[in-house]
Design a protein around this ligand. Structure first.
Ligand SMILES: Cc1cc2nc3c(=O)[nH]c(=O)nc-3n(C[C@H](O)[C@H](O)[C@H](O)COP(=O)(O)OP(=O)(O)OC[C@H]3O[C@@H](n4cnc5c(N)ncnc54)[C@H](O)[C@@H]3O)c2cc1C
Length: 570
């Protein structure tokens, strides 16, 4: 990779990253934008989103309803000014997607179709069959190609942020094709690196979702917000963790226990299968604990039944689910129920950013799943994330373009020195290291199982303390890893080691934040503190890296406007 310098550098080629890049050049056509991605952009995790994107587009809906559903869904931890801006921008963004060629599914009258989704009080999840992310990512990707101002660096792995005088001035990236380290400088950087699902053993997330951007920001001193808030989706396929979209329940699917009972009547009687994800996941775990789950070769599961919908509806609206059933379970969902269980799916927490995507570090912005702009609080509603990537990706792109127009150019010094140090760090820690015996795969697997056990759907003080201790032990073992592949070309053993390094760090921030929040709110369910405690914890947590072993925590008030906290019942 050649030494490049940009006005705006976007790290991430998913929905948030590409939307940010387009917004930057639309804001100022003179802005030179770079986009770095560790995979070809169309392979970003966005591509696997199935169910849809939320926006109040239909006449029976309103901004206020979408805002209230989002705030209630968040268990009142969302910042309400952010939610307000989001619900107003989301319809504009989805229509923009239409103009960029996204093939939305349509009603007979030609309008964009919507389906109901968990925790939403009306039909507002717009979709393109059950491959919505695939179509949305294509639409933004092909649009980005028309801008000569955007230069892509595909298959470049960012290992460090370049920081000069407390300002972010670019990144150090490993060009995976050549094994060379390069500094890519920029007046502003937008992190849009996606989620961290691979810190867990059982997850819907792709292999590349390893929390890199969160770790990069954390190491540079930026706080991570609400890291205890990890979302578990109720319906993953046992063993693979492949997602069975919430759209299956949106279209009328039933969740059944081993007595053939729609058990959700005991937990979310008014919403049933359309309850929010955190509550349904807990209900399913409780059914398991009380002996009403099925036992399979890969643990306990329940049934998701769509047989009553009929073949025609399934083939028109859920064709991909039928394909997944056939290929990954060996069943035809038209004739048999689907085995499912709760699975790690999404990260509400992330890099501390404001409504424009600005982090507290000058020149550094964040958007999409890696960021926490305050939209999702303690529990994200399904289908808000794709819209979030568009709304806040665009906001970050605009803010970074404006900032870079006024910012000083980046100097070569100390960039050269940082680049040299970083390349040496990686060589010494991984490639030239002798005598190590620990395997990356073994440490990763242990970390993932510890995270499932200690920071899963339900948490306790003892479980979290044990997790922190175990993660410390794994960190120590990581210091003795052995890398056998020393080649320069696509050294995936090296990048896996660096991803594991990021994940060990991020897992620790989840565990520490979860231990400190002695209440239950949204996705964070403490068995030892089962109630929500607004007096003490109606606050965002912020975790900072003091030293690797001991993160530091702070709290910040939640921005409350129209919707005062109430009991969250459905
Ligand atoms: C199976 C599945 C289904 C989903 N379905 C829905 C849905 O129906 N509706 C909804 O709203 N949400 C859904 N979600 C959530 C939603 O898809 C994601 O939150 C969203 O797509 C994340 O987009 P992103 O742009 O933030 O990140 P991603 O799409 O994950 O992209 C991250 C980018 O960062 C790059 N990157 C990461 N680390 C580095 C590094 N070190 N160096 C260089 N580049 C790096 C990657 O290459 C990639 O391009 C789903 C998620 C999953 C897993």
């Amino acid at each position: 990779m050649d030494f490049e310098s940009y006005d705006v550098l976007v790290v991430g080629g998913g929905l948030a990253g590409i939307r940010a890049a387009i917004a930057a050049v639309e804001t100022n056509p003179r802005v030179k934008v770079g986009m770095v991605s560790k995979v070809y952009p169309m392979r970003s995790h966005t591509v696997s989103a199935e169910g849809g994107a939320a926006a109040a587009l239909r006449p029976e809906d309103s901004y206020e309803n979408h805002a209230f559903d989002t705030v209630k869904g968040s268990d009142y931890l969302a910042d309400q000014d952010v939610v307000e801006a989001f619900v107003r921008e989301a319809p504009i963004e989805l229509i923009q997607m239409e103009h960029w060629g996204c093939p939305w599914s349509r009603d007979p009258d030609g309008k964009i179709s919507a389906r109901p989704f968990g925790g939403m009080t009306t039909w507002r999840t717009c979709f393109a069959a059950d491959k919505t992310g695939f179509h949305m990512l294509h639409a933004v990707f092909q649009t980005s190609l028309k801008y000569p101002q955007i230069t892509r660096h595909d298959e470049a792995f960012v290992t460090k942020l370049l920081v000069e005088d407390s300002r972010c001035v670019g990144v150090v990236a490993l060009d995976m094709k050549t094994g060379r380290f390069d500094a890519i400088t920029a007046k502003s950087v937008i992190l849009a690196t996606g989620g961290l699902g691979r810190t867990y053993a059982f997850t819907t997330n792709g292999n590349i979702c390893t929390g890199d951007g969160m770790s990069l920001a954390y190491r540079a001193g930026v706080g991570l917000k609400d890291m205890e808030m990890v979302q578990f989706h109720p319906t993953g396929l046992p063993f693979t963790g492949i997602l069975i979209t919430e759209a299956v329940r949106g279209e009328g699917g039933y969740l059944l226990n081993n007595e053939g009972e729609r058990f959700l009547k005991r937990y979310v009687p008014n919403k049933m299968e359309l309850g929010p994800r955190d509550i349904i996941s807990r209900a399913m775990m409780t059914e398991f604990e009380e002996g009403r789950g099925f036992e399979g070769p890969h643990g306990k599961y329940l049934h998701l039944d769509v047989r009553h919908l009929g073949e025609k509806v399934i083939d028109r609206k859920l064709p991909f689910m039928r394909e997944l059933g056939r290929e990954f379970v060996g069943i035809d969902i038209v004739k048999e129920p689907i085995p499912v269980r709760p699975v790690q799916h999404y990260m509400m927490g992330g890099i501390d950013a404001d409504i424009s995507g600005a982090t507290p570090m000058a020149g550094l912005y964040a958007a999409g799943e890696c960021a926490n702009v305050g939209l999702n609080g303690a529990n994200r509603l399904g289908s808000n994330s794709l819209s979030e990537c568009l709304v806040f990706g665009a906001a970050a792109g605009r803010a970074a373009a404006d900032y870079s127009s006024a910012a000083k150019p980046v100097t070569a010094n100390p960039v050269d020195a940082i680049l040299w140090d970083e390349a040496r760090r990686v060589e010494v820690a991984y490639l030239e290291k002798k005598g190590g015996s620990e395997r990356i795969g073994a440490i990763r697997e242990e970390m993932q199982h510890e995270m499932d056990a200690g920071a899963g759907v339900f948490r306790t003080k003892e479980g979290l303390q044990k997790l922190i201790e175990r993660l410390g032990g794994l960190r120590e073992r990581f210091g003795r890893i052995k890398i056998e592949d020393t080649s320069k070309t696509f050294n995936t053993e090296l990048t896996s080691a660096m991803e594991l390094d990021f994940m060990l760090e991020i897992s620790q921030t989840i565990a520490v934040s979860a231990l400190a929040r002695e209440e239950s709110r949204g996705a964070h369910a403490r068995r030892d503190f089962p109630q929500r405690n607004d007096e003490k914890y109606l606050k965002h947590s912020l975790v900072f890296s003091r030293d690797a072993a001991k993160p530091r925590l702070e709290y910040r008030d939640v921005h409350i406007e129209n919707f005062k906290p109430q009991a969250r019942t459905y």
